[in-house]
Design a protein around this ligand. Structure first.
Ligand SMILES: Cc1cc2nc3c(=O)[nH]c(=O)nc-3n(C[C@H](O)[C@H](O)[C@H](O)COP(=O)(O)OP(=O)(O)OC[C@H]3O[C@@H](n4cnc5c(N)ncnc54)[C@H](O)[C@@H]3O)c2cc1C
Length: 154
């Protein structure tokens, strides 16, 4: 960190795809030209360092995050967030209807899945306790009635 101000610039759509083909130097030069147009009477200094990302070339991101395509709606986010039989769970910004396309959405979705898994495990262990109680009750009733013991001891 330089402790100096940092200026960020975003380019999207076709312009971003076109720009990714250019060199870092050319991109920075173009950005400085825009700044110079905005601040006509100021001498814009050359930045001491510049970092250029090329998200469309990242094989895992491919330059994008979720968006509501034509014909889609918020319900599709809910659908994406549903688990498969409480065995396979889905987190990620694309599963968060309230805050999609953001770090907040990704974070909240992680909390949601952690809570869903915990609730399911609690329910499973509650069911196991009930099953053990039922078997014990059956065994007691068989013993009291004098019937042969058919149930393995637990
Ligand atoms: C250019 C850009 C700018 C952004 N700016 C902002 C911003 O300013 N503020 C903000 O809040 N959000 C911003 N976002 C959005 C934010 O980055 C995402 O919403 C967030 O990172 C999504 O998190 P996630 O965990 O859902 O998915 P990701 O962060 O995409 O995590 C998915 C992970 O899965 C991995 N993966 C993918 N496929 C496989 C596979 N087959 N096997 C194993 N691993 C795999 C990927 O490598 C990745 O690490 C930006 C996104 C982009 C692309």
């Amino acid at each position: 960190m330089t402790n100096m101000p940092v200026l960020m610039s975003f380019t999207s759509g076709q312009a971003a795809l076109d720009m990714e083909q250019e060199s870092d130097e050319e991109i920075v030069r173009r950005k400085l030209k825009v700044l110079q147009r905005i601040f006509k009477n100021v001498d814009i200094p050359t930045p001491c360092e510049a970092v250029v990302t090329r998200w469309s070339q990242d094989p895992f991101a491919k330059g994008t995050y979720s968006f509501v395509a034509q014909g889609a709606n918020g319900l599709h986010y809910d659908k994406m967030s549903e688990s498969v039989n409480n065995v396979l769970y889905f987190a990620g910004e694309a599963t968060c209807r309230e805050y999609p396309s953001s770090i907040e959405g990704a974070y909240l979705s992680g909390l949601r899945v952690a809570s869903e898994m915990s609730m399911h495990m609690i329910e499973e262990s509650r069911m196991s306790v009930l099953a053990v109680k039922a078997v014990k009750a059956k065994r007691r009733s068989l013993r009291n009635s004098g019937a042969a013991m058919l149930v393995d001891s637990i």
